[in-house]
Design a binder for this molecule. Structure first.
Ligand SMILES: [Zn+2]
Length: 345
């Protein structure tokens, strides 16, 4: 079959941004510049990507069709067979990403069928990454089947994890993901949170971190994501806790317990100022700079040192969360994903 020429392959161990559809081209450019490339999603992503190109962005772009999010659009694969291939070729993408199949937990037939569809598309398109939205249940039960299926492909893989809440919050899911990325040679983890950095630290070729909650994991068909209904305050990345907290939550904490951010986004201001839905764009600038600093801190290290560094960052975040609980006189919860990364042996 075809395949992307070696010169177009990405470098080892990188983390790019995965943009939500609501971002404008100017902001998209900032993200693209920050990580040397950007992943865009679906129909809206084509528009944004075209604008990025028109505005002079010559760096890497990936377009994730993510057709599994839009049931009933199987015509993308049949009637308009190469529609997504044409769109990606017109954009000069770094690598094509196939339209994408959702695989329900434990459904081995769906895994085989989904991969066969994606590979067929790639053969017609001329190569690229075979894309799956894998139900997070596979990370706990069936990891070996996933590894066997992916290792037998001639194509590199793009994987999104599907769950109504955090796919890596399930017991054993982080360990399962680490097994998969260690054993599958060329895997790109799409639409992750900080777990995408963890995956790259453990051997994934590429990771892509979502710019908003909706693109930080995939949803099984017909399922809705979590979140606090009615609370529109921004989701703010708290570097010491290695996690996102709502602006409304942060402002409820004692002022002195909330850190300042010394990066260019905040210039020494406290994170508590984000309790305002009009601060959404400013919060995204903060999130981008604060997360980029963590990405750089891990990826500047040699491959062999990255897992240990990422684990110690997570362990430190748990200590920071406990300290904050004491200072705030209330229980601040650590995500189960973070605990799993910290406990990884
Ligand atoms: Zn900041």
């Amino acid at each position: 079959m075809g395949g992307v020429p070696p010169t177009l392959r990405t470098r080892t161990g990188e983390v790019a941004w995965y943009l939500s559809a609501s971002l404008g081209a100017a902001e998209a450019h900032e993200y693209a510049h920050a990580s040397g490339g950007v992943v865009l999603r679906g129909e809206k992503g084509i528009e944004t990507a075209n604008t990025l190109r028109r505005n002079g962005w010559t760096g890497r772009i990936w377009l994730d069709p993510a057709t599994y999010e839009r049931p009933g659009k199987q015509s993308d694969l049949t009637l308009f067979g190469n529609r997504w291939a044409v769109a990606q070729d017109d954009l000069g993408v770094a690598e094509r990403i196939s339209p994408g199949s959702f695989v329900p937990a434990g459904d081995q037939r769906a895994l085989r069928r989904g991969l066969a569809n994606e590979v067929e598309w790639l053969e017609r398109a001329g190569g690229g990454r075979a894309s799956l939205a894998l139900h997070a249940g596979w990370l706990v039960d069936g990891t070996q089947q996933v590894i066997d299926a992916l290792r037998h492909l001639d194509s590199p893989v793009a994987l999104a994890l599907a769950d109504p809440t955090d796919p890596l919050g399930r017991s054993g899911a982080v360990a399962g993901l680490v097994r998969i990325v260690s054993e599958v040679e060329d895997l790109m983890l799409l639409r992750g949170d900080l777990g995408a950095l963890g995956a790259v630290a453990h051997g994934a070729r590429q990771g892509a971190i979502g710019t908003s909650t909706i693109v930080r994991h995939a949803l099984p068909p017909g399922k809705h994501g979590g979140g606090v209904p009615g609370d529109k305050t921004p989701s703010v990345f708290w570097p010491e806790l290695l996690g996102f907290r709502l602006g409304s939550f942060i402002e409820q904490l004692p002022r002195e317990a909330v850190p300042v951010c010394d990066l260019a986004c905040c210039l020494g201001a406290r994170l508590s100022r984000f309790n305002d839905e009009r601060m959404e764009a400013e919060a995204r600038v903060h999130n981008r700079l604060a997360i980029q600093a963590l990405i750089d801190a891990v990826l500047q290290l040699a491959d062999s040192e990255r897992p240990g560094r990422f684990r110690s960052m997570c362990q430190q975040a748990i200590v920071e969360t406990e300290t904050l609980s004491v200072r705030a006189r209330r229980q601040i919860v650590t995500s189960r994903q973070l605990v799993s990364w910290a406990e990884l042996s």
